[in-house]
Write a protein that binds this ligand. Structure first.
Ligand code: PLP
Length: 394
């Protein structure tokens, strides 16, 4: 008999799992080219050529024990130093290897930091719509996820409600920009206001509130949009980064945490995070890929492919009467459903072989997420079905 918590978590993850199974079933019947699976955030752009070159170089020149062995649980010192330097060059920060912990993707990093910070009953605030896995990451350590309701005007965080939801039990706030599922980038004005609120509340309650910035989409920003570097705005910031999307390496499980010197209880946090990485069973981030990404810190996937998809989809859907805001980053579009019930709308879309994720999964019913990291022709082929769908329900 599985545990009570897992029974609940299995039940709650059934929406996306069901979608995945449905995609496979439909592809079996209609052929892969006639099924429009917009449900998964799996990059369809090739990793930059630097990645393959780095893999070959590491394998051909390294001593195999140095490539495949255990190392410090926080990762190789030289890799962490190279990452710190690269961040410093880009954002005028002053990090060293002691501020960097290599992690098993962003997901691994977030679990490490919540293991490090949370006591049972501690509250973690997030803003809807949010990456649904936060529910699990917080629950893993018996924390309570507190959800601030969405601001559906522009999908910047609802800061009035945020202020009211901070309590003496608020241990952390987790934000994600560019955002999954909306593609919105939180503006500098938002970040400044959010930091002011956090500083006020820390003073009022005499507590430390950590701002966890989940940044797997940092490099996927269109039209040269700026993504503010949060440690420059708020002292108690911890950053979770990942190469899953920036280098199209989601299966390789590689990312890092940045824990700046300025965060409260810095020394204990880095020591505990190092141990958390080990005892959660990650032990350390994958060794070969630590070496590989250290050689690719200036490489980027070609986001023109995503940008073309974004333009085509946005133009098409808007012209049919769908309401959505144009994403500024990531590869998701969050679209208001023409009927109130988003789950029902996904079921109707499925009848046309279109797979979408209901907004309910992201704490924002009445919307659907379209992951447009798919072949261009799939969007071209799917658009007439989106048109038929809105005409059918209107
Ligand atoms: N955070 C957000 C907002 C994501 O969208 C994802 C993956 O899609 C993750 C974290 C996990 O990323 P990783 O593959 O780096 O664990």
């Amino acid at each position: 008999m599985i545990s009570n918590t897992m029974q609940e978590q299995v039940k709650n993850s059934s929406v996306i799992r069901a979608m995945f199974e449905e995609g496979k079933r439909l592809a079996g019947i209609h052929g892969v080219e006639n099924v429009f699976d917009f449900s998964l955030g799996n990059p369809n752009v090739e990793p930059p050529k630097e990645v393959k070159n780095a893999i070959l170089e590491v394998i051909n020149t390294g001593n195999s024990m140095g490539i495949h062995g255990y190392m410090n649980n926080s990762g190789y010192e030289d890799v962490r130093a190279a990452i710190a330097k690269s961040i410093n060059d880009k954002f005028s920060t002053a990090f060293t290897q002691n501020n960097i912990i290599m992690t098993v993707g962003a997901a691994g990093g977030l679990n490490v930091i919540f293991k490090t910070l949370l006591n049972p009953g501690d509250e973690v605030i997030t803003f809807a719509p949010f990456f649904g896995e936060y529910r699990n990451y917080v629950k893993n350590f018996e924390g309570e996820l507190v959800i601030v309701s969405p601001n559906t005007i522009d999908f910047q965080p609802n800061l009035e409600e945020f202020k009211e939801k901070i309590t003496p039990r608020t241990k952390a706030v987790i934000i994600n920009s560019p955002n999954n599922p909306t593609g919105v980038i939180y503006s500098e004005a938002t970040i400044i206001k959010l930091s002011e609120i956090l500083n006020e509340k820390q003073k009022e309650f005499g507590t430390d509130i950590y701002l966890v910035s989940d940044e797997p989409y940092r490099e996927l920003a269109y039209d040269n949009a700026e993504v503010p570097y949060l440690s420059k705005y708020y002292e108690n910031t911890i950053i979770g980064y990942s190469f899953s999307k920036s280098l199209s390496l989601p299966g390789e499980r590689i990312g890092y945490l940045v824990i700046p010197d300025q965060v409260a209880d810095y020394q204990n946090i880095v020591s505990a995070a190092n141990i958390a990485n080990r005892i959660l069973g990650f032990v350390n981030a994958p060794s070969l890929f630590q070496r590989v990404i250290a050689k690719c810190l200036d490489a980027k996937v070609d986001i023109r492919t995503y940008n073309r998809n974004r333009e085509l989809l946005y133009k098409g859907l808007s012209s049919y009467g769908y309401e959505c805001i144009k994403p500024e980053g990531a590869f998701y579009m969050f679209v208001k459903t023409p009927i109130e019930n988003d789950v029902e709308f996904c079921n109707l879309a499925k009848k046309k072989n279109i797979l979408l994720v209901p907004g309910t999964v992201f704490g924002c019913p009445g919307y659907v997420r379209i992951a447009y990291c798919v072949a261009y022709y799939k969007i071209e082929k799917a658009l007439p079905y989106f048109k038929a769908l809105i005409e059918e329900v209107k």
